[in-house]
Design a protein around this ligand. Structure first.
Ligand code: PMP
Ligand code: GLN
Length: 386
């Protein structure tokens, strides 16, 4: 049968593969990034109340005004942005849809797109489906830094877009002020649009501050900022995303969105609008809770002889296999860990299209203490297999 070759050649995502194996084998799942807690009760209660008492018919295509206003207010309060909710905010079914709508709306065959490996697995197929050409920049452990020389090599007169993910999944690093300034300079110089996947924006630790690229010189009107309620409220299955961009970009993205999903569940939109209005203390406590889990897992792993790469944000930390005494590549380690030691993890090489780093394994620490402890004990068992 004739199939679209870009889709036909795709493997099943590593997240689904690992969660599937964990379900089959009963392994502790430290792979796919989701918390094993039910999420904030008041936000869930709002969604339940809305499904019983508010409209369950199609909301407006760009999202419920109350949610679009809440998004603009939230980013004004927490990130100093000045967004016009009516012309600059669109609600999507998750950040994934927002990314697809942005690539569909902006890219044409032959356009070049600069992105960074390790790369979130959805980006490359989206770029290729639009007929555009990915220009990947390879980042390396332990610092995963973007350099001016790498950008010089990747940008050209054909560059239309750069896709930036900070905090970065899977490396758990944040772009520095210097790297953000560098990216802004290149976008302006090459007249490129930045698609900023900021789904992890609230998950930053140790007093770090997330700075949106949109606030850098020359970037206000050439940045598409993408957020996700799934991450902000630890409700990853909700799939409520937000796109913030200058009016012409927002209008184009909304046109793509109208034929992807058109709209997003109204009760979830109402609950997310309520959640975004919460006091700063909620977000601080949420971060503190995840930082505590990160520290618990880091200490337990170190006690078992694992070398842990520091985590500045996200739900993830990584272990370095050779420095942990494991003489195997990340895929081999993860496959044997899930099948023989009962713990699922994510090989970071899955985030590379070419020349992968094969020495790093990503672990999700957004879990209850007992899950973390059981996971580390099984990882120690996996380490002894090598
Ligand atoms: N981008 C990144 C970098 C992610 O890590 C994720 C999921 N964790 C997404 C996008 C997808 O977000 P959503 O579930 O809102 O579609
Ligand atoms: N973003 C999640 C992760 O990195 C997975 C999302 C998905 O499975 N599509 O684990």
């Amino acid at each position: 049968m004739r199939l679209n070759p870009i889709i036909d050649s795709l493997p099943t995502t590593i997240f689904e593969v690992m969660s599937g194996l964990a379900r089959e084998t009963g392994a502790v799942n430290l792979g796919q990034g989701f918390p094993d807690s039910p999420g904030p009760e008041d936000v869930r209660a709002k969604a339940a109340e809305a499904v019983m008492h508010a409209s369950n018919q199609y909301p407006p295509m760009a999202g419920l005004p109350e949610l679009r206003q809440a998004v603009a207010e939230h980013y004004g309060r927490f990130q100093g942005l000045d967004l016009d909710w009516a012309s600059e905010v669109t609600i999507t079914s998750g950040a994934t849809e927002a990314l697809m709508a942005a690539t569909m709306a902006l890219l044409q065959p032959g356009d070049e797109v600069v992105l960074f490996q390790p790369v979130y697995d959805a980006y490359l197929p989206m770029v290729r489906l639009a007929g555009a050409i990915p220009r990947p920049v390879r980042l390396q452990p332990p610092l995963w830094r973007i350099t001016e020389a790498a950008l010089e090599a990747a940008f050209s007169a054909r560059t239309r877009m750069v896709i930036v993910n900070s905090p970065l999944n899977p490396t758990a690093t944040l772009l520095s002020d210097e790297e953000l300034s560098l990216l802004a300079r290149f976008c302006v110089r090459f007249d490129a649009v930045a698609v900023c996947d900021e789904v992890w924006e609230h998950l930053v630790f140790d007093g770090r501050i997330h700075r949106p690229l949109m606030t850098y010189p020359g970037m206000r009107d050439r940045t598409i900022k993408i957020g996700s309620a799934g991450k902000i409220f630890s409700l990853t299955g909700w799939k409520v995303g937000f796109v913030c961009a200058a009016p012409p970009l927002s209008a184009a993205i909304a046109k793509a969105h109208q034929f992807l999903t058109f709209t997003t569940a109204p009760n979830l939109q109402i609950a997310v609008a309520y959640g975004l209005g919460k006091a700063a203390a909620y977000f601080e406590d949420m971060r503190a809770g995840f930082a505590r889990s990160r520290d618990r897992m880091t200490e337990a792993l170190a006690a078992e002889g694992f070398a842990v790469l520091p985590s500045q944000g996200t739900y993830f930390l990584s272990i370095d296999l050779p420095r942990s005494g494991v003489e195997a590549d990340d895929q081999t380690f993860c496959m044997r860990a899930v099948k023989e030691a009962g713990v699922a993890a994510i090989p970071v090489s899955a985030f590379y299209a070419e020349d992968p780093v094969r020495t790093v394994v990503r672990l999700c620490f957004a879990k209850k203490d007992e899950t973390l402890d059981a996971g580390v004990e099984r990882l120690a068992r996996a380490r002894r297999l090598f």
